[in-house]
Design a protein around this ligand. Structure first.
Ligand code: CP
Ligand code: NVA
Length: 301
């Protein structure tokens, strides 16, 4: 594995290996055991969109691994003034040991990997959010003791989170059901991939059907970064796609709830369901740190 650009590129074995390493690294933190596997290494973190979790977890993760992380905002760098990605990739490759990038187009991340000579990690694009789903899988396995055979259900926008959950969930042997409005379906490329999993994948516009017997219920904001102008229209389109008490009644009684955060209470999820599952949701947020450290050790170590 040279880069971490999308889960569609990863094998089941690679994902499981990363999850095992993430568990081990989490244990080191809990025991206070030094684990400077990336001593002297520097990660550049390019942000073309806002972030709390991704920035803090990568920066803290690099520090805990004995390395250093550099925050590069597109606003204050030449990236925001239009310096070509091909050139940025080659310059950064001469100075850094790895790049994490959060941007709009997946193409930009792929280009960075193509023109640079150092590992590139996708910290979210409009297409996918693979680091988040690694943390999600780690959290599910921690709480349920396994992944294989569990039913994961996603309700809402067929966005970057939906795309990565489909790829990651199916690859590790979960059943994946998705409920989105007709016009907000996951990416065609991902649906094509999911076809290969037959009845293990289920796409509907009816949230209750998707949630039936689910072990894990996941949702995400109705309006993602960069879609702010469509906010009103989206709120109308997603009105029936809320994770609430009625929807949870269709899932298994011991079903978990995950949300990548930030959450918008009383929109995609009620405050009641959010708070009932806050423990799982904040374990998920913490696991960003551990899961990404595994990715960093694997690629930069
Ligand atoms: N879930 C997530 O990626 O959070 P941030 O946008 O705060 O990084
Ligand atoms: N779908 C959301 C995820 C935020 C972490 C977005 O892209 O804004």
């Amino acid at each position: 594995m040279k880069h971490f650009l999308k889960l569609l590129d990863c094998t089941k074995e690679e994902i499981i290996e990363l999850l095992d390493l993430a568990d081990q690294l989490k244990q080191y933190v809990k025991e206070g055991k030094e684990h400077h596997f990336l001593k002297g290494k520097t990660l550049g973190m390019i942000f073309e969109k806002s972030s709390t979790r991704t920035r803090v977890s990568f920066e803290t993760g690099m520090y805990q691994l004995g390395g250093h992380a550099l925050f590069i905002s597109s606003k204050d760098s030449q990236i925001g003034r239009g310096e070509p990605t091909q050139d940025t990739a080659r310059v950064l490759s001469r100075m850094l040991d790895g790049i994490m990038i959060r941007t709009f187009e997946q193409k930009e991340v792929e280009m960075l990997a193509e023109y640079g000579t150092i590992p590139v990690i996708n910290g979210l694009t409009d297409f996918c959010h693979p680091c988040q789903v690694m943390a999600d899988l780690q959290t599910i396995r921690e709480h349920k003791g396994k992944l294989e055979g569990l039913k994961l259900c996603y309700i809402g926008d067929g966005n970057n989170m939906a795309n990565s959950l489909i790829a990651g969930g199916l690859k590790v042997g979960m059943e994946v059901s998705i409920a989105t409005p007709e016009n907000y379906r996951p990416a065609a490329e991902v649906l094509e991939f999911a076809k290969g999993y037959g009845a293990k994948f289920f796409l509907t516009d009816r949230p209750m059907e998707a949630a039936k017997g689910a072990d894990v219920v996941v949702t995400d904001a109705w309006t993602s970064m960069g879609q702010e102008e469509e906010k009103k229209q989206r709120e109308t389109a997603f009105a029936g796609y809320q994770v609430n008490r009625e929807l949870m009644a269709a899932a298994k009684p011991d079903a978990m709830v995950l949300h990548c955060l930030p959450a918008y209470r009383e929109q995609e999820i009620t405050n009641e369901v959010f708070e009932q599952h806050a423990n799982e949701i904040f374990d998920e947020a913490e696991n960003r740190l551990h899961a990404q450290k595994a990715v960093l050790v694997k690629l930069l170590g």
